[in-house]
Design a protein around this ligand. Structure first.
Ligand code: UDP
Length: 237
């Protein structure tokens, strides 16, 4: 018996970029796709929210003098490229998918329609949510929290690159950093832990959505989390 039967998996842009942290790296995406397939084969309903930080972040544009909203729309477009790349990988290994975008692009994806997304999940399709919330000033972490609430997901799974959970400090820089086994969303906000932005944390808190932060680079980890094994850090309440 799985612990979580319907999940939102947040895949940051970084997770699709590989070592360089920039651009799209098809072999890396194939690895992520295989991990997703493994869980899909167990009959778990999976919605994926793609980030876009491997190509563009609105904040960077704003720091360089662009209007923030304009730069954010560019960031949302970056997430669509990632979503299409992930769709390609998943379909090539036999996983049926649908991409839904929060900004209409009918030639390449369906527009986001909540009831349709749920129907796809029930029919065993992996739904990939792209273009964030469709609004500037938000993040794809907030998108994950929002979509998880909308589709009644059991949990948000946040795969990190090489870090196996939430630490009191950056474990790469501070050898006294300790890993938290469990936290509450309020802890994340009050301790200023940099897991997701506070909008995403407060939305998850208000809607009682558990979040599991784990190492996406370790094969089998998505499945472990879904089956309820103690992996990473669980944030609830
Ligand atoms: N973005 C946005 N609204 C949203 C989601 C994303 O404006 O609802 C923009 C924002 O500029 C962000 C970029 O898209 O910097 C890429 O998303 P994010 O930084 O969340 O990607 P990740 O860090 O997960 O790769």
């Amino acid at each position: 018996m799985a612990k979580y039967n319907r999940i939102v998996l947040k895949v940051s842009g970084e997770a699709l970029a590989g070592e360089t942290g920039f651009g799209i790296n098809p072999p890396v995406i194939t690895d992520v796709a295989k991990e997703i397939k493994d869980v899909h084969d167990q009959g778990i309903q999976i919605a994926v929210v793609c980030g876009g930080g491997n190509m563009w972040r609105g904040q960077t544009g704003a720091e360089l003098g662009m209007e923030r909203a304009q730069a954010d729309y560019m960031g949302m477009l970056a997430t669509v490229m990632n979503a299409l790349a992930l769709q390609d990988s998943l379909e090539s290994i036999g996983v049926p998918t649908r991409v839904q975008t929060s900004i209409e692009m009918r030639q390449i994806a369906e527009p986001y329609i909540r009831r349709k997304a749920v129907r796809h999940l029930e029919k065993g399709r992996v739904v990939i949510f792209a273009a964030g919330t469709g609004n500037p000033y938000f993040s794809t972490d907030t998108t994950a929290a929002l979509r998880a609430a909308e589709i009644n997901a059991d949990a948000i799974l946040m795969g990190k690159n090489g870090v196996d959970g939430v630490y009191s400090a950056d474990p790469a820089k501070d050898d006294k950093a300790v890993k938290f086994e469990t936290l509450t969303h309020l802890d994340v906000i009050t301790k200023g832990l940099k897991i997701m932005d506070t909008t995403a944390s407060s939305l998850s808190m208000d809607n009682d959505i558990p979040l599991v932060v784990f190492n996406l680079n370790k094969p089998g980890n998505i499945k472990r989390v879904v089956m309820g094994e103690k992996v990473g850090t669980t944030i609830e309440g």
